[in-house]
Design a protein around this ligand. Structure first.
Ligand SMILES: NC(=O)c1ccc[n+]([C@@H]2O[C@H](COP(=O)([O-])OP(=O)(O)OC[C@H]3O[C@@H](n4cnc5c(N)ncnc54)[C@H](O)[C@@H]3O)[C@@H](O)[C@H]2O)c1
Length: 316
């Protein structure tokens, strides 16, 4: 759908100063928006400020910073006072933990204190927008999904998701805001579980797990096949353009042979369960599908360096 042309971003309030909240605050501030970052724990606001400083330093070292670090940091206020923070916002984005009751209570409070024309957005990964909007029936037309990927200051697309009651005006104002803060909106017209990106991400993960479980290929080999093969080429051209290049007849034939043979598992299964049961829950445990000798923050930094390098390469 067409969006209005980007204009300077208006005042925005970010509720929840965790992994996503501090990254969103940084992304908005580096594009000139005055940001108020809210949490209910002072310690999390302190961590968020440190997180923003680290990320600014990273962007600077990667040659991706477009304003002076102090200017960006100076645009972000931190507070425990949600009612005051919502009072002047043109857009409030909620990014508290993934819990429907918690999100509903935040939306009730936000709708009470925000201006009556403010957009009320949620960064939920998978809770239906319509279920969150049910907490604020009088403002349901202004509730919208605005789903960012981690880290928000590196990944270029953002899903703008229409709930059952979201108005056209709310959808286009949200898309215009996403553009004004340097991102590319992907409009999700129906409030389906997982929206677009997570459906694709988990469809790929399910097939990867199936191939490993069935002994078709080892886990490290499947990892490399996706990361260094499929994903690398997909970073250059998407799946539909790939099909165009190969020819639709060929891809149609392959698809009709393969679809019936792909995984349709309904449960994640033993590949996950066995590791979780033995304390291999991922990077924070030092092991998951892989072993990690370095600290989680170093693993994040390594990923971010690679994403930044790929972005620079595909933008050339
Ligand atoms: N982490 C990701 O990769 C990612 C990516 C996209 C979307 N999301 C979504 O973003 C949301 C936040 O995820 P996260 O990983 O940043 O979580 P997180 O646990 O790192 O941060 C959540 C923050 O919300 C704060 N909070 C909780 N209740 C609050 C309240 N009543 N008022 C103010 N602050 C409150 C917590 O103190 C915490 O700082 C979730 O809905 C998640 O599904 C996460």
């Amino acid at each position: 759908m067409p969006t209005t042309s980007p204009s300077p971003p208006a005042a925005v309030t970010v509720v929840g100063a965790g992994t996503m909240g501090h990254g969103l605050a940084l992304q908005f501030a580096r594009h000139g928006a005055p940001v108020t970052l809210v949490d209910h724990r002072r310690a999390n606001l302190v961590d968020a400020r440190d997180g923003v400083e680290d990320a600014v330093e990273f962007l600077d070292s990667a040659g991706l910073l477009d304003a002076a670090p102090d200017t960006i940091l100076g645009r972000i206020d931190h507070t425990l006072d949600l009612p005051a923070a919502a009072a002047d916002a043109s857009l409030v984005i909620e990014t508290v933990s993934e819990d429907l009751d918690l999100k509903r209570s935040v939306f009730e409070e936000v709708a009470t204190h925000a201006p009556t024309e403010a957009v009320l957005a949620t960064n939920t990964s998978g809770i239906p927008i319509t279920d969150i909007a049910a907490a604020t029936p009088d403002a349901a037309d202004r509730v919208v999904g605005c789903h960012w990927w981690n880290p928000p200051y590196l990944l270029p697309t953002v899903e703008v998701v229409r709930g059952a009651d979201t108005s056209d005006d709310t959808l286009s104002r949200t898309a215009a805001f996403v553009e004004a803060v340097g991102r590319d909106p992907v409009i999700v017209e129906r409030d389906v579980p997982g929206f677009v990106w997570n459906r694709i991400q988990f469809a790929v993960l399910r097939e990867c797990a199936h191939l490993v479980t069935e002994g078709v290929a080892s886990l490290p080999d499947v990892e490399r096949a996706v990361r260094d093969g499929y994903a690398l080429r997909t970073a250059a051209i998407g799946p539909f353009e790939t099909a165009d290049l190969a020819g639709l007849d060929l891809f149609r034939t392959i698809a009709s042979n393969l679809y019936p043979r792909l995984s349709d598992a309904n449960e994640p299964g033993a590949l996950f369960d066995d590791r979780i049961a033995t304390g291999r829950g991922g990077v924070d445990d030092g092991a998951g599908f892989h072993e990690y000798d370095d600290r989680p923050a170093d693993v994040v930094r390594r990923r971010n360096r690679r994403v930044a390098a790929i972005r620079r390469a595909v933008e050339d």
